[in-house]
Design a protein around this ligand. Structure first.
Ligand code: FEO
Length: 394
C-alpha cells in the first residue's frame, strides 16, 4: 500500500474503505477513508489510526517508511473507533509508544482498550517538542465527542483536525486540488449535516480557538486533505455553524399513502416557486434521510407532510423526524401538511416536533380531508405563499 507525502517527513498512512455504504444510518455512497498521519522527526509520531478491520492497510503504509517499532508517540485525537480502533494492533509493533490524548480521551481509551495503556494526558494548547517540530494540541470538545482535540504542526502549518472538515469519500486522490470542488463541498456539507450539526455552538467555539493559527493544510480524519481550499472550507463551516440559513431556499419533505399528500406537496412547490423561491422536494420513500439532511442544512423553510395512519403520522415520516430531532437544526421556519380520512392528527404531530426544535411556525398546518379539490388546493397555494412571505411581512 502506497503512502502519500503532505510535506517533508509528514505522510498520510491511513486506510481507504471502498465498500462502506452505511455509517450508522448515514448512507456513504462514495465510501470513506480513515486518515492516519506519520511525522518523522527526532521523535516519530503517528496521529490517529484506522478502523480495526483495515489495520493491515495502515501497517503496510507505515512499513514503507519506517519500522513501526520506531514510533515514539501515538496521538489519539478522538476515541471513536474509526480512529482509535487500530491502537491495540499497532501497539503490538511499538509496545513502548506512549499515547497522547485529552483528559476525556484518556477516560474513553481506557474504557475501550483497558487500564494498562501508557497514556499522556495533554491540556488544551499544550505543546510537545519532537525535534525540529512542535505539536500543539487544541481541545475541541463535542466536535464530535467530548474527548475530541486537534493537533497543529506549528512549523509546517498543518492542522490535523480529526472529524472536523471531513467528508466520506473513498478515492485514489488525497488532496482537494485533485477533485472537483462541487463534489468535495457536497460531501463536506453532507458530513456536517449528519455528524456535526448538533454541535454547531461547539464548532463556533472551535473555529474561534483555531482562528489564530496560520494554516497551509487541513488534514482531517475522513476523506480528502484540504490544501487549495483551506479558507473556503473554513468559510463554509462558519456558515453552516451559524444560525443564519439562506433566505430563499425551501425544502418540502413528504410521504404519501394514496397520492393526496403528494398532491398537496407539489401544489405547495408550484405556489412557492411562483413567489420566486428555490424549492427542493423529497419523497421519503425515494430519498435517504441522510441526503435529505444535506438539503435541509441550507434550507430556511422546511415543509413536512404526512397523511394520517392509525391516528398518527406515517412510519417513514416518524423515522425522519426522529433523526431530525437528534440533529437539532435551529433557525428554520416550518409548516406541516397532510391529507386525512377522519382523525387527521399527523400534521399536528409534525408541527409539535417543529415547535420542540424551536422553529417558527408562522402559518397554520394544512389538513385536507380525503382528496384535495379545487378549493382545497387554492387554500394550499395561499398558505404556501403566506409561509415564504412571512419574513417580509414580519
Ligand atoms: Fe470519525 Fe467521531 O469519528
Amino acid at each position: 500500500m502506497r503512502e502519500v507525502s503532505l510535506k517533508d517527513d509528514i505522510f498520510w498512512v491511513g486506510a481507504i474503505d471502498w465498500e462502506l455504504r452505511d455509517f450508522h444510518g448515514y448512507v456513504t455512497q462514495r465510501g470513506s477513508t480513515y486518515n492516519a498521519y506519520l511525522i518523522l522527526d527526532e521523535k516519530k509520531v503517528l496521529v490517529d489510526t484506522v478502523k480495526d478491520y483495515l489495520f493491515d492497510q495502515m501497517l503496510s503504509r507505515i512499513e514503507n517508511i519506517i519500522d513501526p517499532a520506531d514510533i515514539d508517540y501515538i496521538v489519539s485525537n478522538h476515541v471513536e473507533m474509526d480512529h482509535s480502533g487500530s491502537i491495540p494492533a499497532i501497539l503490538k509493533y511499538c509496545p513502548n509508544a506512549r499515547i497522547i490524548t485529552s483528559k476525556m480521551g484518556e477516560k474513553g481509551l481506557r474504557k475501550h482498550y483497558g487500564e494498562d495503556l501508557d497514556l499522556v494526558q495533554v491540556d488544551s494548547e499544550e505543546t510537545l517538542d519532537i525535534g525540529k517540530r512542535t505539536l500543539t494540541f487544541v481541545h475541541t470538545p463535542m466536535v464530535h465527542w467530548p474527548d475530541n482535540m486537534v493537533t497543529y504542526l506549528n512549523e509546517d502549518k498543518i492542522l490535523m483536525s480529526n472529524d472536523a472538515f471531513g467528508q466520506h469519500i473513498a478515492s485514489p486522490e488525497r488532496f482537494d486540488d485533485q477533485l472537483e470542488w462541487g463534489i468535495l463541498r457536497e460531501e463536506a456539507a453532507k458530513y456536517y449535516a449528519n455528524i456535526v450539526l448538533p454541535y454547531s455552538p461547539q464548532v463556533q467555539k472551535a473555529l474561534e480557538a483555531l482562528s489564530g493559527l496560520d494554516i497551509d493544510i487541513i488534514a482531517p480524519s475522513h476523506g480528502i486533505i484540504w490544501r487549495k481550499n483551506v479558507e473556503r472550507i473554513i468559510g463554509e463551516y462558519r456558515k453552516w455553524a451559524g444560525s443564519e440559513t439562506p433566505a430563499d431556499s425551501v425544502l418540502i419533505v413528504y410521504d404519501t399513502m394514496w397520492g393526496s399528500t403528494e398532491k398537496i406537496a407539489y401544489t405547495l412547490l408550484e405556489a412557492i416557486e411562483e413567489e420566486g423561491k428555490s424549492v427542493t422536494i423529497r419523497n421519503l420513500n425515494e430519498s435517504h434521510i441522510s441526503d435529505i439532511m444535506t438539503d435541509l442544512l441550507e434550507s430556511r423553510f422546511v415543509l413536512i407532510g404526512s397523511p394520517t395512519l392509525n391516528n398518527g403520522m406515517l412510519p417513514m415520516v416518524g423515522k425522519f423526524l426522529t433523526y431530525l430531532k437528534g440533529l437539532r437544526p435551529a433557525g428554520r421556519i416550518g409548516m406541516a401538511f397532510g391529507s386525512y380520512g377522519w382523525g387527521g392528527q399527523a400534521p399536528g404531530e409534525v408541527e409539535d416536533i417543529m415547535k420542540d426544535l424551536g422553529w417558527e411556525i408562522p402559518v397554520d398546518k394544512v389538513r385536507i380531508n380525503y382528496i384535495p379539490g379545487e378549493q382545497d388546493l387554492k387554500k394550499v397555494r395561499e398558505e404556501g405563499r403566506k409561509l415564504v412571505n412571512s419574513i417580509e411581512e414580519e
